[in-house]
Design a protein around this ligand. Structure first.
Ligand code: ARG
Length: 460
């Protein structure tokens, strides 16, 4: 009998240092893999039995034992032990305690290396479904808000300087588009992670006549990993997810930034409900947009997780190294953070109250229809560069007179170019400016309406 009671203790003469045990253990955080570990083990045992490596009776004992263990874990009756290092050895030890010798056969033709690589794939595959559901819920919220605000006009900015009038619905649909690409990226990521490492064993494969495709079929994997060394050490599916998560967070963070700006007294374009804000303990007037601020802040931690994971992998020689144990916390944290941020956004977006008059009045500042005047002159025969110059001069005049272009008299405008006629005032109106951008992808209200309709159909 070995000097240690570890499952790998046979060749050891000293037991593990007490702090090293704690230092090396992952059970504190990897126990959330338990349902996937058990799912993987049941499939593995089933395959082993079909391949003649376990008797029917042994398989039944294993499957029943694992099912009972899952129940114990679910009702929080399971005793996790740091001495047993990780989720895999905790469950296996409990199985052996429950059913004896049959339990000791479960690990035939398998290693913790392919086991953990399988578990995190199963975990992430399931999480991707939840994440995609939340993205969809947020997208529907954006569509509903966009639909209500098709005719709401706000200043579109470039360089955060008023540029051209846009529909608030159009603005919301920009975020819808970003999220559509994010959802596609997740689907793409799922394709690559849906490959089963089991059978890679420690690194080189196994000497038993196992049926990898059968286990894969039982676990719903589309493929099996082609190469055992790669199977146990690939974490690029996780990196791919983390980079997609980073992109999603970047999108949510941009949206957050706008919501924060818009709810300030200076912009005053929207109101977030009290239920999504907090006050200040010193300044009685304050209502702070905590939710978008936190989402913007949490973006940093998701980027950090991506950087961790890339760095964890960058110097590892093939195949498995203990470094890989460090893959879990960044992965789990990203999943939890992303799910929470998407959820809170999907809940918050329907509560956004727009202040249409404020947006409208703000759009009148900053000569946002200047391009429309230039386009008008081009249509009357002036080359665009000359039209640009003419409008520049009239804007300078407007600034001097403290008037918008639409507030200048026809005579005053004609001083800049005699081609300007009375129909210019329609062109200089905010509504006219929107209406004129009437092509696919433009901000004209009927285009936005069409875009929303198409998007709704595509979501189904
Ligand atoms: N807890 C380990 C991990 O998360 C499981 C694999 C251990 N493999 C080993 N060869 N020590 O990576």
């Amino acid at each position: 009998m070995s000097k240690t009671n570890q499952s790998w203790g046979g060749r050891f003469t000293q037991s593990t240092d007490e702090f090293v045990k704690i230092f090396g253990a992952s059970v504190f955080f990897d126990k959330i893999l338990a349902p996937y570990d058990i799912q993987g083990s049941i499939a593995h045992a089933t395959m082993l039995c079909e391949a003649g490596l376990l008797t029917e009776d042994e398989k039944t004992q294993i499957v029943d034992g694992l099912t009972n263990i899952l129940e114990e874990i679910t009702v929080d009756k399971f005793e996790w032990s740091v001495d047993l290092e990780d989720v895999h050895m905790n469950i296996e030890a409990r199985l052996v305690a429950m059913i004896g010798d049959a339990g000791k056969k479960l690990h035939t033709g398998r290693s913790r290396n392919d086991q953990v690589a399988t578990d995190i794939r199963l975990y992430l595959r399931e999480q991707l479904n939840d994440i995609n559901d939340e993205i969809k819920r947020l997208q529907i919220a954006l569509l509903d808000l966009a639909e209500k605000e098709i005719n709401t006009i706000l200043p579109g900015f470039t360089h955060l300087q008023a540029a051209q009038p846009v529909s608030f619905g159009h603005h919301m649909m920009a975020y819808f588009e970003m999220l559509s690409r994010d959802a596609e990226r997740l689907i793409d990521c799922r394709k690559r992670l849906n490959s089963m490492p089991l059978g890679s064993a420690a690194l080189a494969g196994t000497t038993y006549p196992i049926e990898r495709t059968r286990t894969a079929e039982l676990l719903g994997f589309e493929r099996i990993c082609n190469n055992s060394l790669d199977g146990v050490s690939d974490r690029d599916f996780a990196i791919e997810f983390l980079s997609t998560a980073s992109i999603i967070m970047m999108h949510l963070s941009r949206f957050s930034e706008e919501l924060i700006l818009w709810s300030s007294a200076q912009f005053d374009f929207i109101e977030l409900p009290d239920s999504f804000c907090t006050g200040s303990s010193i300044m009685p007037q304050k209502k702070n947009p905590d939710v978008p601020e936190l989402v913007r802040g949490k973006t940093g931690r998701v980027y950090g997780n991506l950087t961790s994971m890339l760095t964890i992998m960058k110097s590892q020689p093939l195949a498995y190294n203990k470094d890989n144990q460090e893959d879990k916390e960044p992965l789990f944290d990203t999943v939890d953070t992303l799910k929470a941020c998407l959820r809170v956004f999907a809940d918050m977006v329907p509560t956004i109250q727009t202040k249409r008059d404020n947006m409208y009045n703000s759009t009148k500042k900053g000569y946002t229809t200047a391009t429309d005047l230039a386009d008008y002159l081009v249509k009357k025969g002036l080359p665009f560069r000359d039209a640009h110059e003419v409008v520049g001069l009239s804007v300078a005049y407007g600034i001097k007179m403290q008037k918008d272009l639409s507030e200048l008299s026809l005579e005053a405008l004609q001083e800049f170019d005699p081609r300007i006629e009375n129909d210019v005032f329609d062109v200089l109106s905010l509504e006219g400016s929107l209406r004129a951008r009437d092509h696919f992808g433009g901000t004209a209200p009927n285009q936005v309406k069409q875009a929303i309709k198409t998007a709704r159909n595509n979501l189904k």
